[in-house]
Structure formats: C-alpha cells, structure tokens
Design a protein around this ligand. Sequence first.
Ligand SMILES: Nc1nc2c(c(=O)[nH]1)N[C@H]1C(S)=C(S)[C@@H](COP(=O)(O)O)O[C@H]1N2
Ligand SMILES: [Mo]
Length: 361
Amino acid sequence: MDAPAGTSLGDVTLGELRLAARNHGMPLEALRYAVTPVGLHYLLVHYDIPAVDPQSWRLTLGGAVERTLSPSLADLRAMPAVTRPVTLECAGNGRALLGPRPVSQPWLTEAVGTGEWTGVPLRVLLDEAGLRDDCVELLFTGLDRGLEGGVEQNYERSLPRPDALGDDAILAYELNGEPLPPQHGAPLRLVMAGWYGMAHVKWLGTITALTEPFRGYQQEVGYRLYDSEGKAGARLTRMRPRSLTIPPGLPDFMTRERFLDVGPCRLEGRAWSGWGRVERVEVSVDGGCTWDDAQLGEPVGDRAWRGWSYVWQAQVPGSYVISSRATDAAGHTQPVEPPWNLKGYANNEIERVPVTVRGGA
Ligand SMILES: Nc1nc2c(c(=O)[nH]1)N[C@H]1C(S)=C(S)[C@@H](COP(=O)(O)O)O[C@H]1N2
Ligand SMILES: [Mo]
C-alpha cells in the first residue's frame, strides 16, 4: 500500500523520536489526580521555550481598538481574577494510533492534563481597550519563533470575536496556584477552556484586534482536518469526547502490558469533552463486544474531566481488552474506527488496554 506523503507505515522515525523526547505525555496513572500536578501535565512546544524576563515583559494589546494597552504582569495581577480547572488535550492526541501514521509528534493517548488556571478574563482586558465595531478576530502571538512547513514564524493563532469575548477565554499567569512555569507559557498564556491545546497560545507577547480573518500558518495549514485529496477542511476547535482508564494491575517494563490476578478489579478513569458535560461512560472488558455503565463522579469543573469507576469481576485467567467510552451532553461519543486524516488530528477512538489475568497463587 502506498502511504500518502508525510505519513509512515513503518516504525517511529528519528524525527518523531526527537519530538517525543521533548514533548512528554501525562503518564496515565496520573489520571488518579483530579488536578494534574504541574510536572505530570503533558507538554507540547513547537519550537523552543523562549527566554522571557517577567520583570521587563509587557503584553501589547493593539490593532482595531480605541486604546492600545501595554500592561505589565503586576498590572494584570491587580485586575479581577478567576481560577478554573480546565482539561487540556493536544489535537494530535491519538495520532500514532492511525495507519498510515501522520509523521509529527507521535502521541498515543496521553497528551492530556487538567490544570487549575488563574488569570484575567480576556473580556475584561478587551473591554478596557474598547474593541472597534470592525474587529472580527483577535490574534494571539507567542514570543517563540521557528520554522514550520518552510515558513519562519512566531507561534500565533486567532479566535473569532464572540469566542474571545466569552467566558472560556482567560489570560492565565498561574497554574495550580504557582506562577506559570517556563514550559507552560510564562509569564502569560491564553487558556481557551474546552478547545484543543493549539488554541491556548503560550508566552503571549501581543494581542491584535483584526478587521480581517487571520490567514497565518497555524490557522490555514495547521490544525485543520484534511480530506482524502489533501485539501484543508474544517478548523479544529473544541475537544471531542474521550475516556481513559488508569492502567490496572502491574505493567511489563518494555511492552507496558498489564498483569492482574483473578478476583474483583476496580477500574477507574476520567472522561472529558469540549462540547458539554460527560453524561455517560461505559466500560467493556471484551474488546468492545459488550458494554456496562460505569459510575460517574462529579466533574472537576464545567470545563474539566469527570471521574468514573467500575468493578470488574476478573474470574477466568486469560487475555482481555479493557475499553471505556464517553458520551457528552451534546450526544457526541467515541468511534471504534479512527477518523483518519492527513495530519492526524482529533482521533478520539475508543481506547484498548490489553491485560492478562493470571490464575491462582
Ligand atoms: N506560543 C506557543 N503556544 C502554544 C504552543 C506553542 O508551541 N507555542 N503549542 C500549542 C499546542 S499544539 C498545545 S497542545 C498546547 C500545549 O500546552 P502545554 O504544553 O501547556 O500542555 O500549547 C499550545 N500553545
Ligand atoms: Mo497540540
């Protein structure tokens, strides 16, 4: 079979390994924490972490506004603040499970985490600057710079005006009660609760009110679902539903296969969706042939994951595949067959956790 350009049917390449060694996932056992400890939160950095001096740093908010603003970090900290637990997932999560494999950061399923973000609602700052009537989008430009697809660029993305003015947009300067660490966007990042990771621009330098839609790389080329002819289609916005299980039992060092003993096994996990509250999680222990409802916990927040649990009576030694499947309030659920697309985005296929149940002592 011929794989499309930019994909691979073989082993992970050195280029993918280089990215994977820089950008780590959340070890899935960390699903046990309602709020992910900072060092366990997944990490994705397109270029380099920029050197930013928080003392001299200022945010510039300009373009189609009545007043250009350039607040310091102290100015922003003096403004009204909100704190919100938000589940963040990379749009490329699940990419390496696709065949052929789109060659980029080779995520399996662990590009997720839930942070407690503190900052100024973006609307507060936009109101202070006064958006002109002809402003249609807000552009968020990071201080990090690199080359991608042959284009030298700062990482930057825009939001439509109504989304930027909504409750989900926060200019965050703290994560889990501490100043942002360098890798997560210090001193200031955008948090766009419910949206895939690419929208949450880190290391903010400028915000520009635009009178025309932004046509830069991360909007036009990146973060779109490509059709079979390789034409860029829909832009990615909110996260599709996904449920993951805390890996049960003991892992094998190299294969990561799980080993359990015969008897009751309490399965636990967390599920989220950017389209609404998770209303249902089902569990299967036979590779998706039969499903049972899990018990749901309270969501950690209105834009954060929700815990679930299920007691499995593992009575017969042998091989099993554990799966869980989330359904959200909007009726979206998870597919068995991954929705293949050229850049490997939004693959929320149902997880498969192979386990071996061992008999007697
Ligand atoms: N400035 C900047 N912002 C960025 C990125 C980046 O490379 N540069 N990566 C984006 C992507 S693709 C993701 S998934 C999230 C990751 O956020 P985290 O590293 O804090 O988990 O940040 C987004 N914001
Ligand atoms: Mo991402």
